[in-house]
Design a protein around this ligand. Structure first.
Ligand code: C2E
Ligand code: CA
Ligand code: CA
Ligand code: CA
Length: 275
C-alpha cells in the first residue's frame, strides 16, 4: 500500500495539490455565497428581426465575492458542476428567473442555462413543474438552454426527458452550436426550438471566409429544419449586418444589450412591470 501511495504521489505534478485545494476552497466559498446572497442574476436581451422586438432575456448568474469582487461564471460554474453545487445553484437561478419573468408585462421568454448534471437529476421534471406552478409563469415563456454535452451524458434518458419537458410547453434551445463533436447528430435526434450559433463563429466571420460559409450553412440548415437560428456574441454593427444579410434573424450580444440587473432592464423602458 505504501508503494502504491508513493506511485500515486509521484503521478501528481507539483502544484496539483495547490490546485485541488484552490478548487475546494472555491466550492466552499460558493456554498457560502448561495446562503448569504452573494449571487445575483443578470439578464441579456435576445432580439428578433422578424418581429422587430424582444424575444426574451437570458438569465446569467453573477457572483460578487466580498473580497475577490466579481468572479466570472467561466471560473465557478465548472467548479459548481464538479462539486455538485450546480444542482442547488441551478435551482436557485431557475426559481429567480421564472419569478422575475412572471412579473413582466411583456410576454417575452426567459432563457435559463441548464448544466449536464441538472439534466441527469431524477427530479428535474418535477422541479420544473413545481417552479412554474409556484411562480405562475406560463410554461411557454420558459426556454431552457443546453449544450450537446448534456445529451451526450446519457442519450436515451436525455431524449426522453427533453420530450417530457417539451410536453410541458417549455421550449429547448441548443446552445453553443458548432463547438461540440456531433452537432449534426444531435440535430436529427431531437426537434429543438432554437439553435444558438456559438459566439466564436460570429467573432471570426468577418476575417475568415470559411467561417462565414459555415455560418451560412447553419442558417440554411435551420431554414430547412424549420428551426430559428440565433447568433450569439454580436458586438459590432458590421457583424450584425453581415449576419442579417446572410438570413439570420435572431441576435444576442453586447451590441443589442449587455447582461444587466433586472432593475436596469425595467428602468431602461425596454419592458414595463405589471402595475
Ligand atoms: P453562455 O450560455 O454561452 O452565455 C453567453 C455568454 O456570453 C455570457 O457570458 C455573456 O455575458 C457573454 N456575452 C454575451 N454577449 C456577448 C458579446 O457580445 N461578446 C462577448 N465577448 N461575450 C458576450 P457569462 O455570463 O460570463 O457566462 C459564461 C457561461 O457560463 C455561459 O455561457 C454559461 O455556459 C455559463 N453560465 C452562466 N450562467 C449560468 C447559469 O445560471 N447556469 C449554468 N448552468 N451556466 C451558466
Ligand atoms: Ca446560454
Ligand atoms: Ca452560448
Ligand atoms: Ca457556453
Amino acid at each position: 500500500a505504501k508503494a502504491q501511495l508513493a506511485q500515486h504521489v509521484c503521478f501528481y505534478e507539483p502544484g496539483m495539490d495547490e490546485l485541488v485545494r484552490k478548487r475546494r476552497n472555491v466550492a466552499t466559498e460558493l456554498r457560502k455565497a448561495l446562503d448569504t446572497g452573494q449571487l445575483s442574476i443578470h439578464y441579456q436581451v435576445q432580439t428578433s428581426v422578424a418581429t422587430g422586438g424582444i424575444l426574451g432575456y437570458e438569465a446569467l448568474v453573477r457572483w460578487l465575492h466580498p473580497v475577490r469582487g466579481a468572479v466570472p461564471p467561466a471560473e465557478f460554474i465548472p467548479i459548481a458542476e464538479e462539486s455538485g453545487l450546480i444542482l442547488q445553484l441551478g435551482e436557485w437561478v431557475l426559481r429567480q428567473a421564472c419569478a422575475a419573468a412572471a412579473t413582466w408585462d411583456s410576454p417575452c421568454k426567459v432563457a435559463v442555462n441548464l448544466s449536464p448534471m441538472q439534466f441527469s437529476q431524477v427530479s428535474l421534471l418535477a422541479l420544473l413543474k413545481a417552479v412554474l406552478e409556484e411562480t405562475g409563469l406560463a410554461p411557454t415563456r420558459l426556454e431552457l438552454e443546453l449544450t450537446e454535452s448534456t445529451i451526450f451524458m446519457d442519450r436515451k434518458h436525455a431524449l426522453e426527458l427533453l420530450a417530457d419537458i417539451k410536453a410541458l410547453g417549455v421550449s429547448i434551445a441548443l446552445d453553443d452550436f458548432g463547438t461540440g463533436y456531433s452537432s449534426l447528430d444531435i440535430l436529427r435526434s431531437f426537434s429543438f426550438d432554437r439553435i444558438k450559433i456559438d459566439a466564436s463563429f460570429v467573432q471570426d466571420a468577418e476575417s475568415d471566409l470559411q467561417t462565414f460559409s459555415v455560418i451560412r450553412a447553419v442558417l440554411s440548415l435551420g431554414k430547412s429544419l424549420n428551426i430559428p437560428v440565433m447568433a450569439e456574441g454580436i458586438e459590432t454593427p458590421s457583424q450584425f449586418s453581415m449576419l442579417k444579410e446572410a438570413g439570420c434573424d435572431e441576435f444576442q450580444g453586447f451590441l443589442l444589450g449587455r447582461p444587466l440587473p433586472l432593475e436596469h432592464i425595467v428602468q431602461s423602458g425596454q419592458m414595463g412591470l405589471v402595475s
